[in-house]
Design a protein around this ligand. Structure first.
Ligand code: G3H
Ligand code: 13P
Ligand code: ZN
Length: 337
């Protein structure tokens, strides 16, 4: 089983009505923590690397660490996903590394900041779909933009997804899953006071499209993690995320993939801060990376239970080329120049 196209993981989730977390990774401890949680809860899992994370690791290092997760956990369906790819070139690199799915974020121009035109988004997404599907790889695209400007990802402005545009986009591109904007942002400062998601937009989109829906910027920014950050010398005022109850509502209304990066960063950094503050004599990286790995794993276990992923690890990987071909039945319906 092991490496599974994301399309399959998400279609299973949709059928059964649960959500699957897609957890961002940069290093070995994060990957191990997420896989330990998946094993403990018997959950399918999506591990995702942003294009920034791949660049940071010179591509091969992170790619091989992610492959190790697949090899080490044969009973867990794992997808290796490129998060926020922004060009065919970035997608090709990920596919060469063995990723089973890619995101093409054509909602922004390739400067990562300027909001793109609909036509640009359709064109780049379609070229990625053609390349990826021919290689058995699933494609996520985005329509609408999130708020929050995190390390070059995001325009800083929220443009909620237009449901009609979403419907047309899916038909014109043949994409496998669609990231939508309903009010979330990347990072730890998502809302001014409290969560404010537009579930009506979500319902409308769900009624118009028949592929899995993805929610980016879905970290909950748990208060205890922020408190620990601040207690051990950090500085985070006014951080607010998406409450778990809102994510559960979103799952009920049709969201299948829930992107989480910030919460993992918080769990890790709070644990490292604690060790370094309480035991300043320590200097072996394992003395703080070990507890950080444990803290992240505990957090992911909670998420897997809350999203309903727990207990759904079963063998549904394609067994042959024919199975794989059947997976990608969505055709590009309209040709563009
Ligand atoms: O969606 C953005 C993720 O949090 C990835 O962030 O580009 O800093 O790796 P990054
Ligand atoms: P958070 O910043 O809310 O964790 O979102 C992560 C994300 O969307 C990765 O693509
Ligand atoms: Zn994102």
């Amino acid at each position: 089983m092991a490496l599974v196209p994301t399309k399959q993981i998400l279609e299973e989730a949709r059928k059964e009505g649960y959500g699957v977390g897609a957890y961002n990774v940069n290093n070995m401890e994060q990957i191990q923590a997420i896989m330990a949680a998946a094993k403990e809860t018997q959950s399918p899992v999506i591990i995702q690397a942003s294009r920034g994370a791949l660049k940071y690791s010179n591509f091969t290092y992170l790619g091989y660490l992610m492959k190790a997760a697949v090899v080490e956990n044969p009973e867990i369906p794992v997808a290796m996903h490129l998060d926020h790819g922004n060009s065919l070139e970035s997608v090709v690199k990920a596919i060469d590394l063995g990723f089973s799915s890619v995101m093409i974020d054509g909602s922004l121009m390739d400067d990562g900041k300027t909001v793109s035109t609909y036509e640009y988004n359709v064109k780049i997404t379609r070229s990625v779909v053609e390349y990826a599907h021919a290689r058995g790889v699933s494609v996520e695209a985005e329509i609408g933009t999130l708020g929050g400007l995190e390390d070059g990802v995001g325009s800083g402005k929220i443009h909620l997804t237009d449901p009609q545009e979403a419907e047309n986009f899916v038909k014109e591109t043949g994409v496998d899953s669609l990231a939508i904007a309903i009010g979330t942002s990347h990072g730890a400062y998502k809302f001014k006071r409290e969560e404010n998601l537009d579930f009506d937009v979500l319902k409308k989109i769900r009624s118009l499209i028949d592929i899995p829906i993805v929610l980016h910027g879905a970290s909950s920014v748990p208060k205890e993690l922020v408190d620990n950050m601040n207690k051990y010398g950090g500085k985070m005022a006014g951080a607010i995320g998406v409450p778990i109850a809102s994510l559960q509502e979103a799952i009920k209304l049709g969201v299948s993939k829930i992107n989480v990066d910030t919460d993992g960063r918080l769990a890790i950094t709070a644990a490292i801060r604690k060790v370094l503050m309480e035991t300043p004599e320590k200097f072996d990286p394992r003395d703080y990376l070990g507890p950080a790995r444990t803290a992240l794993s505990e957090l992911i276990v909670l998420k897997m239970k809350a999203f309903g992923t727990a207990g759904h690890a079963k063998d549904y990987a394609p067994k042959s080329l024919e199975d794989m071909k059947k997976l990608y039945t969505v055709q590009v319906v309209e040709k563009m120049d």
